[in-house]
Design a protein around this ligand. Structure first.
Ligand code: NAI
Length: 364
């Protein structure tokens, strides 16, 4: 339904967008985007041409900031926004009907509460497996050849090579824990470097077996891998796969890489492994307690997380702040799917990619 009567209040919408919406006879719908960064705006602004009145706020969604969604029918949220029952209750009270997550994970949403309140929850199930797989290899190459250290040395006029020695990737065994979309592309990249491939996944991926990957159990993967990359989701089965008890199973000097979810490894145990040399090097894009750290500029504050601070002291540890997804293509796909979720909901009452309690239980 076209709501001409409400246009004057929706000033941020461009004239062109209004005309488009009028041409198509679609309802103009207000969306409040929380935790909005400049790069989110750059891509989500595409939604104005489809009749969305998008209001951006830098603040995270919480009980304190929920009023910013006044007048909105949808809120667009990210990984560190609070979508617990009290927040959802307030959103529903304001007339919000759709929670459009601009990410794949939904662990920060109380799905049962959303269901009770009649709120639809939608997400972006996939955006660019290439982005994450390529970043995984970028971490491996940087960590192995100490590019991050070499860069700083050269800028300071220090051209000594001591401490920068790496190893040939060619001929090494790469273990891929989780051979879905990202794991398979990463395996293909590793195959291009001449690595032997081992995989571990309850479901064998024919794309990986075609590359010569051999599927093995966890123990063999741990024992035989020179480089072990986690590319699986976080589930009860994958929580703390690397922990104190599993450290002795790893090949001594292993390069451990995690670009999946932080809690797949127990950082406390990994620190012990780094100290005694069980783990030769560590590359992370994710961290179990990242919600308090990542995506913000904390350079003028004291990091209170002692485990994270300890990890930063090792010369053989390289950490990026959950940026593996961060490519132009991925952000474009995230914006397109998010806008698709919202406009489909506006037009039909159903989003494209909903998540619900039944979905999590494997029934949806
Ligand atoms: P996917 O669903 O295509 O593949 C996941 C694979 O893991 C599947 O083949 C599945 O069978 C396997 N798996 C599930 N449970 C397992 C277990 N217990 N042991 C071994 N394998 C298991 O997902 P996709 O797109 O490849 O993403 C993988 C993960 O990457 C995501 O779940 C997410 O945690 C992470 N990710 C990280 C990003 C980043 O920016 N760092 C961005 C996007 C995803």
């Amino acid at each position: 339904m076209l709501r001409r009567d409400l246009w004057p209040r929706w000033t941020p919408l461009g004239a062109d967008a209004r005309l488009d919406a009028e041409d198509w006879g679609t309802e103009i719908m207000r969306v409040t985007v929380y935790s909005a960064k400049p790069y989110d705006r750059e891509f989500l602004d595409r939604g104005t041409a489809q009749g969305l009145d998008i209001r951006y706020c830098e603040a995270h969604l919480s009980c304190e900031t929920v009023a910013l969604a006044t007048g909105a029918k949808a809120v667009c949220a990210f990984v560190n926004d609070d979508l617990s029952r009290p927040v959802l209750e307030r959103l529903a009270g304001l007339g919000v009907q759709l929670i459009a997550l601009r990410c794949a994970g939904f662990n920060n949403v109380d799905l049962a509460a959303a269901e009770d309140l009649g709120l639809t929850v939608a997400r972006v199930p996939a955006y660019s497996p290439y982005a994450v797989a390529e970043h995984t290899m970028a971490i491996i190459l940087s960590l192995n050849r100490k590019i991050h250290r070499a860069y700083n040395r050269v800028r300071e006029g220090n051209f000594a090579l001591d401490g920068l020695m790496g190893f040939d990737l060619h001929g090494k065994t790469v273990g891929v824990f989780g051979t879905g979309k990202i794991g398979a592309i990463f395996a293909k990249i590793a195959a291009g470097f001449g690595c032997h491939l081992l995989g571990h996944d309850p479901v064998e991926n024919p794309d990986c077996t075609a590359l010569g990957m051999r599927y093995v159990d966890r123990e063999e993967l741990f024992r035989a891998s020179d480089i072990l990359s986690f590319n699986c989701p976080l589930t009860p089965e994958t929580h703390h796969v690397i922990r104190k008890e599993t450290l002795p199973l790893l090949k001594p000097g292993l390069m451990l890489i995690n670009t999946s979810r932080g809690a797949v490894i127990d950082a406390h145990a990994v620190i012990a492994g780094l100290k005694d040399g069980t783990i030769g090097s560590l590359g992370l894009d994710v961290y179990e307690e990242e919600a308090d750290l990542f995506f913000e500029d904390l350079s003028n504050t004291v990091i209170r997380d002692d485990i994270f601070a300890r990890l930063l002291t090792f010369p053989n540890v390289l950490i990026t702040g959950h940026q593996a997804f961060f490519t132009r293509e991925a952000l474009g796909n995230i914006a397109d799917t998010t806008i698709g979720n919202i406009t489909r909901f506006r037009d039909t009452g159903e989003a494209l990619h909903t998540v619900s309690v039944a979905h999590v239980a494997g029934k949806g």
